[in-house]
Design a protein around this ligand. Sequence first.
Ligand code: DGY
Length: 329
Amino acid sequence: MDMQPTKPAILVSRRVFPEVLERLRQHFEVDDNQADGILGVAGLQARLAGKSGALTAATDPVTAEVITAAPQLKAICNFAVGYNNIDLAACTRAGVMATNTPGVLDDTTADLAWALLMATARRLPAAERWLRNGEWKGWEFIQWLGTDVHHATLGILGMGRIGQAVARRALGFDMQVIYHNRTRLPAEQEAACRARFVDKDALLRESDFLILLLPYSPATHHSIGAAELALMKPTAHLINVARGGIVDDEALISALRQRRLSGAGLDVFEGEPAFNPAFLELDNVALTPHIGSSSRATRMAMAMRAADNLIAALSGQRPPDLLNPEVLR
Ligand code: DGY
């Protein structure tokens, strides 16, 4: 009898494109969650039983209890660049490789940061709501005045690949670009995006538009709170396309309400998909539902990159985006 070798079993925790499942099925027995309900800790524990690997999303809590409940698990491959949903130390202790998808979403996320910047600067969401509500009775000279983007100072907190992509786009707007990062960029990279390194206080004080691009961790929790907001210009705008929790949302709402800050463009929120309902009462915010990397081409590239990582990990190769190389030692 012709016995086919059994394929390793894997889980794909959220709905992905059929092309991605097709590719994975060439290598694995795939348990897909095309129904797309969020599995949570208990759901992941149940669905990971007997699985060698998984493609996971930022919405999946890959905690120590999830990892220990799946002793056969060899790889967790996030289809996201952020991986604060994964307990990396627990993966390493259990010998589970963890990967993310750096590089494939930089430009798309930088584009959304710019979309939010423009939207909050020129008050697009509120002006559009006003028009849709039939409130436009006539053109007025002094109507819906916004803030100029060109020639303003753009601040970037967190100057990785996405930060640099954001900075490069600022050249076309003749902006001054300043940034703060844990480590200063090499001179040639600073020159490529014409960005000047400053300390965090100077960044807060000098930025007309401040874009947050930090990874979330306990160390970056509430990096922007009441004290930081108080340093910002009252004419400034804050844009967050990184992670909820980097900003203290209560403090931000209070600053926006009191016009101690001119506006904000937010793609991420503390506790999302729930978010503080007070945001909805503010007319000086542009709000989007965590869509930074959401173009078809980029989401496809992210899922395929995660598939590359999983295929490599389960065929004895080093996955290209391994986050915990200690597991291979
Ligand atoms: C990412 O890649 O981290 C995006 O936020 C999508 O989760």
